[in-house]
Design a protein around this ligand. Structure first.
Ligand code: TRP
Length: 450
């Protein structure tokens, strides 16, 4: 059975799509509150180090695996394992990625739903004149309404699966072309506003004055996990996007642009948000509700605030949307390339499964708040921590080991096409530094658990 495989139209659409996958709730919702929860600058430093030493080399690795195999991650890794005379069982690494993506999307979609509901709230002017107490109450009221959460989770899932069902090329490339630059433009407006009314210097100190005493094992673990989450690594999103990529694109250059854009965007959003947090005497460690509680206060005070807030949450929704798509594409590609099941049917079934798991996440914010799964974590926290701190780094570790120690160097180099010395740097990072870093963090994790 031969299938026509889609391909990106050119290198820019690949870069925008991969940046679209990377830039999402991880940057705008998760990174800012994680910085707060993990004590500010220490976390930021470790996060940047993880992006640089682990994220960038592994993003190159995922792209090269995908492009060489020209298949979905599961069959792709199998093909490469055969080419390398390694065990075919490596293919289960692709399977693990599919499950990870499914678990991530089941909570990602619920948060995406929060964003959608905030678009309406912003547009109707409900942030105008809001103070800290009102804003917190407003957010808590949303969390306490399972039906509202379920409704928006459903809408987000339909949006996501609707695009995936249509295939890679048509809507997505065009959407990313417009949305990503627009996101940066809105970010600049927000940053400008935040600089003029917020406490930028307090924010800067909070995020960047190094305090090495705060580098705790938990901070390191979360930072590494978030580097994977933010760059979409460790589960095959980037690999499947790489499999639609043409041969003549420099993987290293594309990776550096994407990783820089993703990291910068996250840090700038963090700066803007904390400037507002400190200017309004709010707590920096508010947790997952941070952007939903602090930004409305700022929007409610600025001229044309409702318009800007509406625009902001629309763009967050678009960022989340383009990321969510990449969480299911590996699995859909696998089904389509192996069975006679149509893309539409496959998407519907997978969407239903993820939607169902998502319902338990909806309840974990209200009715099932006290239901704990592992280590006293509720359903949302379990899914979040399990994927970010265990499954993604584990996937990344195995990907690095496979490419570094099982594939032929000459085959890797055919894809990377680097100068001799930079190839050596990649080998050092992929084969030594990244694996040691990940294993080290896992050892820390075992110590914490005990
Ligand atoms: N990177 C996205 C974000 O920051 C989320 C995401 C998309 C992701 N695909 C992924 C996370 C694959 C981990 C693995 O919002």
């Amino acid at each position: 059975m031969t299938h026509h495989r889609s391909a990106w139209r050119n290198r820019w659409t690949f870069m925008l799509a991969t940046a679209g996958s990377a830039i999402g709730l991880g940057n705008i919702w998760k990174l800012p509150y994680m910085i707060g929860v993990n004590g500010g600058s220490a976390f930021v430093l470790v996060f940047i180090a993880c992006i640089f030493f682990v994220g960038i080399p592994l993003m190159m690795t995922e792209i090269l695996l995908g492009r060489r195999a020209q298949k979905n991650p599961l069959n792709g890794i199998e093909t490469l394992a055969i080419e390398a005379n390694a065990s075919r069982h490596w293919k289960y690494l692709g399977g693990m990625g599919m499950i990870t993506g499914l678990l991530i999307l089941s909570f990602y979609s619920v948060i995406g739903g929060w964003v959608l509901s905030f678009i309406g709230a912003a547009a109707s002017g409900s942030f105008v004149g809001m103070d800290g107490t009102q804003s917190t109450a407003n957010f808590n009221q949303l969390l306490a309404s399972p039906l509202t959460l379920l409704f928006w989770h459903t809408v987000f899932m339909i949006m996501t699966m609707g695009v995936v069902a249509r295939g890679v090329n048509s809507g997505l490339e065009k959407a990313n072309n417009i949305l990503i630059p627009a996101l940066f433009a809105i970010l600049l407006i927000l940053l400008g506003y935040s600089m003029s009314v917020g406490d930028m210097s307090a924010s800067f100190r909070f995020m960047f004055s190094p305090d090495f005493s705060k580098i705790t094992p938990v901070a390191v673990l979360s930072a590494l996990g978030h580097a994977f989450f933010s760059l979409s690594l460790g589960m095959g999103s980037v690999m499947v996007y790489g499999s639609y990529l043409q041969r003549d694109v420099s993987i290293a250059r594309a990776t550096i642009y994407i990783a820089l854009a993703d990291t910068l965007l996250g840090l700038l959003i963090g700066l803007a948000i904390y400037a507002l947090v400190f200017a309004n005497q709010l707590a920096p460690n508010a947790g997952p509700g941070l952007i939903f509680q602090t930004l409305p206060i700022a929007f409610g005070q600025m001229p044309s605030g409702s318009l800007i807030a509406t625009l902001f949450f629309i763009l967050v929704a678009f960022a989340a949307w383009t990321s969510a798509i990449s969480l299911v594409e590996p699995t859909i590609a696998w089904v389509v390339e192996n069975t006679e099941i149509s893309r539409k049917i496959a998407t519907t079934i997978l969407g239903l499964i993820i939607w169902l798991i998502g319902i338990s996440v909806v309840f974990s914010f209200n009715e099932w708040q006290n239901v704990t799964i592992i280590f006293g974590l509720n359903i949302f926290d379990t899914l979040d921590k399990l994927t970010s701190t265990i499954l993604l780094p584990l996937g990344g570790l195995l990907i690095a080991i496979f490419a570094g120690y099982f594939m032929k160097n000459s085959h890797v180099q055919e894809e990377l096409n680097l100068h001799q010395w930079s190839f050596k740097v990649w080998i050092l990072m992929n084969n030594v530094i990244a694996p040691i870093g990940i294993i080290g963090v896992f050892l820390y994790l075992f110590k914490i658990i005990q």
